[in-house]
Structure formats: structure tokens, C-alpha cells
Ligand binder design. Structure first.
Ligand code: PGA
Length: 257
């Protein structure tokens, strides 16, 4: 991480877990256990049904609430979908876009991701754009090309001003929920390739301000080594974000100098 130029961000991704009523207790406990969170922004991305309770419980704390998906249209005949304006109106600040589970199980394409990123920024939300390669791509040594391609597609027609809202999360698919974490060097190599690509499109100044998170089997025991890398500016955390104590420990790890 490099706090001089960009924010450290710890974002929990609850995925499809817990019930709405559990949000409040969780946030109360997290607030107590992570009270010294001065250096990093904390985000909790909960299911749509939990957003109202979570936003309410997080009011007046350092915790921002995020959604895990959105639709790209402002409104209209899209049964079952939720727009970015609806999220922003509820007090939601972030939205995860293009998580590999959405790409894999719901057929989300790079073009969908790009449309959602635009919609999120237009509505005043900060998109957390997920990029990541499969095991097969890594074994073929093609991960950097793959990530660059996903990144460019996600940011098509996004200008430097809009980029200021963007958070990137590098999440190798083979590390998600598997307990098989990338090494800090692997995460940093991809983080630095992402920043280099941003630099080539937007210039050095805009690129150095973007927070690039790592996600995939992060836990209290491995987070410190990850966050010590220059192009890892925090984490997107699934399994370990379901317990306030383990999320609080990861937040502590992000605040070490
Ligand atoms: P994990 O999930 O921490 O459980 O591996 C990360 C993610 O999918 O965002």
C-alpha cells in the first residue's frame, strides 16, 4: 500500500449469507473491535435485503455500506433488478461489479461490467470492479494479458475524472473460497500491471490515486504480508468477513505502518 497517494480499503463481501436482522449486531461488534480504524476505509457489501438495516446501523460510524451487484439501466422493465439510483438513494456508497461468481454463474460479460460501472458512477456510487484469471489461464502464463483486457473493457469510455471513483479488486478465481491464496508477490505483480495499464490510459497522476485491492482467501493470518506490497491497497474479503473478529483483525493488519 501507499497511503500517500491512495486510500487503503478493507471491503467485506458477505455474498449470499446471513439474514437482514444479523446486520445490526455485526456492525455494532465490528465498530467496537475495529474502533481504531483511522488509516483505512471500511466497506461492508451485503445482500440487497440487508442494505436498509446495514445502512441504518452504520450511520455515524466509519463503516460504509456496499451492494454486491446492480443493474445498468436507470429504470424500466427489468423484473427483479435493482438500479444504482435506488442503491444511492438508500445511502449505499459502494457496489461490487463483475465479481467472478457473477461472470461465471450469471453470464455477466465485460460489456455488462462496463455499463454497470458507468451507471454506478453516474449515480454517485463507487464501483469495486473485480478482475481475475482462472487457474487454466494462470497455468498458461496468460494472466497479465487477461487482466489487462478485462480492465480496459471495464473502463471503456470512463474518463480520468470518473476514474477517481473507481476501486479495482484483483481476485484470482483459483484463490476464491479455496484457502489457496496468491503469494504477495503474485498479487503485487498483477497490481502493478493494473497500475501500469491505468498509467498508459490516464497518466501517472490519475493512476497512482486508484486503490487496487486483493481478494481470494484473505484471512487474519495472511493479510499482513499481502498489505505490505506496494500495489496491494487493501482487500476484498469473503469468508473472513462473516465474523466481526476476523474482519477486525484484517482491518488492524491494514493499519500497520
Ligand atoms: P474469499 O472470497 O475471501 O472467501 O476467498 C473473496 C471474494 O470472493 O470476494
Amino acid at each position: 500500500m501507499n497511503r500517500r497517494y491512495r486510500k487503503t480499503i478493507i471491503a467485506g463481501n458477505w455474498k449470499m449469507n446471513k439474514l437482514p436482522g444479523e446486520s445490526k449486531d455485526f456492525i455494532v461488534q465490528l465498530k467496537e473491535q475495529a474502533s481504531a480504524a483511522k488509516w483505512c476505509d471500511i466497506v461492508l457489501c451485503v445482500p440487497f435485503t440487508h442494505l436498509h438495516a446495514a445502512v441504518k446501523a452504520a450511520r455515524g460510524t466509519r463503516i460504509a455500506i456496499g451492494a454486491q451487484n446492480c443493474h445498468f439501466a436507470e429504470k424500466g422493465a427489468y423484473t427483479g433488478e435493482v438500479s444504482c439510483r435506488m442503491l444511492a438513494d438508500m445511502g449505499v456508497k459502494y457496489v461490487i461489479i463483475g465479481h467472478s461468481e457473477r461472470r461465471q454463474y450469471f453470464g455477466e460479460t465485460d460489456s455488462d461490467v462496463n455499463k454497470k460501472v458507468k451507471a454506478a458512477i453516474d449515480a454517485g456510487l463507487r464501483p469495486i470492479i473485480c478482475l481475475g484469471e482462472s487457474l487454466e489461464i494462470r497455468e498458461n502464463g496468460a494472466e497479465l494479458d487477461h487482466i489487462r483486457m478485462q480492465l480496459k473493457a471495464a473502463l471503456k469510455d470512463i474518463d480520468a475524472q470518473q476514474l477517481r471513483k473507481v476501486v479495482i479488486a484483483y481476485e484470482p478465481i483459483w484463490a476464491i473460497g479455496t484457502g489457496r491464496i496468491a503469494t504477495p508477490q503474485q498479487a503485487d505483480e498483477v497490481g502493478s500491471a493494473i497500475r501500469e495499464t491505468l498509467r498508459s490510459i490516464y497518466g501517472a497522476r490519475a493512476a497512482r490515486g486508484v486503490s487496487i485491492l486483493y481478494g481470494g482467501s484473505l484471512s487474519e493470518s495472511n493479510a499482513g504480508g499481502m498489505f505490505a506490497m506496494p500495489d496491494v491497497d487493501g482487500g476484498l474479503i469473503g469468508g473472513a468477513s462473516l465474523e466481526p473478529a476476523s474482519l477486525a483483525s484484517i482491518i488492524d493488519a491494514a493499519q500497520q505502518d
